[in-house]
Design a binder for this molecule. Structure first.
Ligand SMILES: Cc1cc2nc3c(=O)[nH]c(=O)nc-3n(C[C@H](O)[C@H](O)[C@H](O)COP(=O)(O)OP(=O)(O)OC[C@H]3O[C@@H](n4cnc5c(N)ncnc54)[C@H](O)[C@@H]3O)c2cc1C
Length: 450
């Protein structure tokens, strides 16, 4: 196998920058053996580590993370841990009723697991808050999406509340939105804080060791020991041998030789303002904290946060499909400009407020909206491809994979049934042109929702 290459994470993630500096775990610098090796320290990898440790406290578990915990996509997302269907590849986020019901139960098991972890590890409240989220509409078309979504929720007996323009203003302080659909089951994360505290909690006084800044450059078959195949993961300074390996690297699983030409690595981008002064907060009005996804899947997510990093506003929009898994600098510049425009259009009263941090990050989609999961080689399991909803789905597949690899019958995610494999993609040049053209067209059509 060629040396596994690790793509860059563009820009500094504001979520991590606004936190106090944490103590980073040492790099792997020895040759060692463990019972379970997890590659990747995001939602999937750390949830797998927690679940493995719950199942067998005696087992020796190692996590190898390429960068610092929370430096990768797990600390770059917008923090919506959504319980309801949220299929980014569809116009309305929805799928079939049956599939949506099943997906909702799986996401809720993941939220429950995260909430339990936050309590057990005594995370600060802002790490995860079960406060729901609002699907915001700035246009009549967006409002129609919300109305249709509500009809779908009626059919699945889910609760929600429709907000009119005044209620949206009361919530956000701005009069940009004409309608909102609030659903109660979403947990809002400070993603970098949650993932850092999950890593600390899972490795504190346990048999779990987390190595940071330790990218795996190869995973090789080391032959059989006591009848079991053993795998050796090498980093530049050391190696870990284990009969059981979990790949929790999302779309990068392709670089380990699995699911090739079946996964799309897409980038999306965010910016976070500088801290608002108390005068600016008063001028803005509204609640101190809220989270809006867009009624149009190509629109902007917008959040107001008020925690350790002060009162700030986050804008996330723009998508790019990069089969090379590298986001170009020029696209990063264009996305940052787009965040400024979306911010100015929504918050004219905050004309002196600018963005302090801008960043991009990877997520992974499959054409048929399924995980890239299961045993892919003797003792090697994949917990990848979260289809954009990685905070919940990544957590779920981490739990499921830990249970599978240990043969655990009592699942914390009882509603999961094995899915089909991700569908094959067309050749990369066609995919690049097709997906990017399609996304650009959809972004244009999103209009004021962006
Ligand atoms: C700007 C942005 C906004 C988003 N908003 C949301 C949102 O609001 N809600 C939501 O649910 N999702 C959101 N997402 C998607 C979400 O962040 C991802 O789906 C999620 O992080 C996937 O979790 P994961 O654990 O599977 O993978 P990751 O979080 O990508 O973790 C995989 C880890 O593996 C490590 N790794 C890769 N290769 C190697 C190697 N060779 N050796 C060692 N380690 C390796 C990486 O460094 C990475 O830390 C967003 C993403 C972005 C970029």
């Amino acid at each position: 196998m060629d040396k596994i290459k690790l793509p860059q994470n563009p820009g500094d993630t504001g979520w991590k920058e606004i936190l106090h500096k944490r103590k980073v775990n040492p790099k792997l610098s020895e040759n060692t053996n463990v019972d379970y090796l997890i590659i990747g320290g995001g939602f999937a990898g750390l949830s797998a580590a927690r679940r493995l440790n719950q199942i067998n406290t005696e087992a020796k578990i190692a996590v190898l993370e390429a960068c610092e915990i929370s430096e990768g996509p797990a600390g770059r997302n917008s923090g919506f841990m959504i319980d309801l269907p949220h299929n980014l590849a569809s116009d309305d986020y929805l799928g079939s009723l049956e599939k949506d019901r099943e997906q909702t139960l799986i996401n809720r098991s993941a939220i429950e697991f995260a909430k339990n972890a936050s309590e057990e590890y005594e995370m600060p409240p802002e790490a995860i808050q079960l406060v729901g989220k609002t699907n915001a509409a700035a246009t009549k078309k967006g409002m129609k999406f919300n109305t249709d979504y509500a009809k779908h929720l009626d059919k699945t007996s889910e609760s929600y509340k429709m907000l009119d323009a005044q209620e949206m203003k009361d919530l956000t302080g701005i009069d940009y939105y004409i309608n909102g659909l609030w659903t109660p089951g979403t947990a809002m994360l400070q993603p970098a804080l949650y993932i850092q505290r999950l890593a600390n909690g899972v490795s504190n006084n346990s048999n779990v060791t987390i190595y940071e800044n330790s990218p795996v450059i190869s995973l090789e078959d080391e032959g059989r020991h006591d009848g079991e195949k053993v795998w050796k993961a090498k980093t530049s300074l050391g190696s870990i041998s284990s009969p059981k390996v979990i790949l929790a690297v999302n779309g990068l699983v392709e670089r380990f030789g699995y699911f090739q030409n079946r996964l799309m690595t897409i980038f999306t981008y965010s910016s976070l303002t500088r801290e608002l002064t108390s005068d600016e907060s008063n001028i803005l009005g509204g609640s101190q904290e809220w989270g809006l996804t867009s009624a149009d899947a190509m629109g902007s997510s917008v959040r107001r946060i008020s925690g350790m990093g002060g009162s700030r506003i986050l804008v996330r929009n723009r998508w790019s499909y990069n089969p090379s898994m590298e986001a170009s600098d020029s696209f990063m510049v264009s996305a940052t400009k787009s965040h400024d425009e979306s911010f100015k259009a929504r918050f004219p009263m905050l004309e002196k407020v600018s963005m302090e941090y801008s960043w991009g990050g990877r997520l992974c989609l499959s054409l048929n909206n399924v995980f890239a999961q299961g045993e892919v080689d003797d003792g090697v399991y994949s917990a990848c491809c979260q289809n954009g909803l990685g905070t919940a789905k990544g957590t779920a597949i981490g739990i499921i994979t830990a249970e599978k690899i240990t043969g655990t019958i009592n699942s914390l995610v009882p509603d999961f049934v094995d899915e089909e494999v991700p569908k094959k993609l067309m050749p990369k040049p066609f995919m690049w042109l097709g997906v990017n053209s399609y996304m650009r067209w959809k972004e244009l059509r999103a209009g004021k929702e962006k």
